[in-house]
Design a protein around this ligand. Structure first.
Ligand SMILES: NC(=O)c1ccc[n+]([C@@H]2O[C@H](COP(=O)([O-])OP(=O)(O)OC[C@H]3O[C@@H](n4cnc5c(N)ncnc54)[C@H](O)[C@@H]3O)[C@@H](O)[C@H]2O)c1
Length: 304
């Protein structure tokens, strides 16, 4: 029987801080396929996440098919806008959420992984993080600083992760990120340079697939996911309407689940996906294929 088998593989999922987002669902699917999973968590959200875990608040979501609870082998502090600790400004390093967690940069993460598990500790790296401080502003009103911050946190962070963790991956390694269709079509409300950041992320996925494919033999893909009411998406606002809009207009009308993104990620990371790299894969119930809204008065109706 053909099955997704990740036994003996170690994954790092960067961008998990609760049970509501794509990162968590991906971590769970990878673990269900047999991988051990480490998390990278943004320092401002780290204590909240550790508390959720400790107090059993997300045990229901952590429940695995064999009745055990999803375990994170390690949870590392990670602020993906810093490549090295020296680049972090004093006010961040001295901030109460940062000062006691150690080196939270991408280089620091790489160093800790090697310290904890040896020179080639990884098989799978998932980038499931984004941040755009001005996301609620239309692009026309976005400041240069806001735009660059969005691109730094949401796109360059992948470049830096591949550069620093690529050398740490074992043969057959796989990198995966999450993108959104606002990179290629206009989605009013997805502002602050976030649409630009996702366009960069998708373009970089192709270039990184080539460069890191040749250099390390690893694969780089991105999943273009439909809307999900995660913590990050709720900050954008109007996410409930987006979910409804997709359900009304996509080829498949059941709302997308995070698990559907998780299982696609597990497949892509597995040897079954060994021929796939440099690709944007849509997991959005087919919405990306549509050219007009169902109720646009063009006579569209389900075929009988
Ligand atoms: N939710 C959606 O509708 C949707 C749709 C398509 C793509 N995506 C993408 O999926 C990915 C995961 O987002 P999500 O919606 O599941 O929300 P989420 O809140 O679960 O994940 C976002 C994570 O990014 C972390 N983060 C923010 N800035 C960071 C930084 N500087 N360094 C490290 N971590 C940082 C947050 O702490 C959070 O854990 C993002 O790339 C997002 O753009 C989301």
């Amino acid at each position: 029987m053909l099955s997704i088998d990740l036994k003996g593989k170690r994954a790092l999922v960067a961008g998990v801080a609760d049970d509501g987002g794509y990162g968590f669902a991906i971590a769970k699917a990878l673990a269900e396929a047999g991988a051990t999973v480490c998390a990278g968590t943004w320092p401002p959200a780290l204590n909240i996440f550790l508390n959720l875990l400790e107090r059993g608040k997300i045990d229901a979501a952590r429940r695995m098919p064999d009745d055990s609870l999803l375990q994170f082998e390690k949870i590392y502090p990670l602020d993906a806008v810093f490549d090295t600790l020296a680049e972090a400004p004093e006010d961040i390093r001295g901030n109460k959420r940062y000062k006691d967690v150690g080196d939270f940069s991408i280089a620091g993460l790489a160093q800790r992984l090697v310290q904890d598990f040896g020179a080639r500790p990884l098989d799978i790296v998932v980038h499931s993080l984004a941040n755009g401080p001005e996301v609620k502003k239309p692009l026309l009103e976005t400041t240069r600083a806001g735009y660059l911050a969005a691109v730094s946190a949401s796109a360059y962070s992948l470049v830096s992760l591949v550069a620093r963790l690529g050398p740490l991956t074992r043969p057959g390694g796989s990198f995966l990120s999450l993108t959104y269709m606002a990179s290629e079509r206009v989605v009013p409300g997805y502002g602050g340079g976030m649409s630009s950041a996702k366009a960069a992320l998708e373009s970089d996925t192709r270039t990184l697939a080539f460069e890191a494919g040749r250099k390390y033999g690893l694969r780089v893909n991105t999943i273009s996911a439909g809307p999900l009411a995660s913590r990050a998406a709720s900050a954008i606002g109007k996410i409930a309407q987006m979910v409804e809009y997709y359900a009304a207009n996509a080829p498949l009308t059941e709302p997308l689940t995070a698990r559907e993104v998780g299982t696609t990620a597990a497949f892509l990371a597995s040897p079954l996906g060994s021929g796939i790299t440099g690709t944007t894969i849509y997991v959005d119930k087919g919405y990306h294929a549509m050219g007009a809204a169902v109720d646009a008065g063009l006579g569209a109706r389900a075929p009988s």
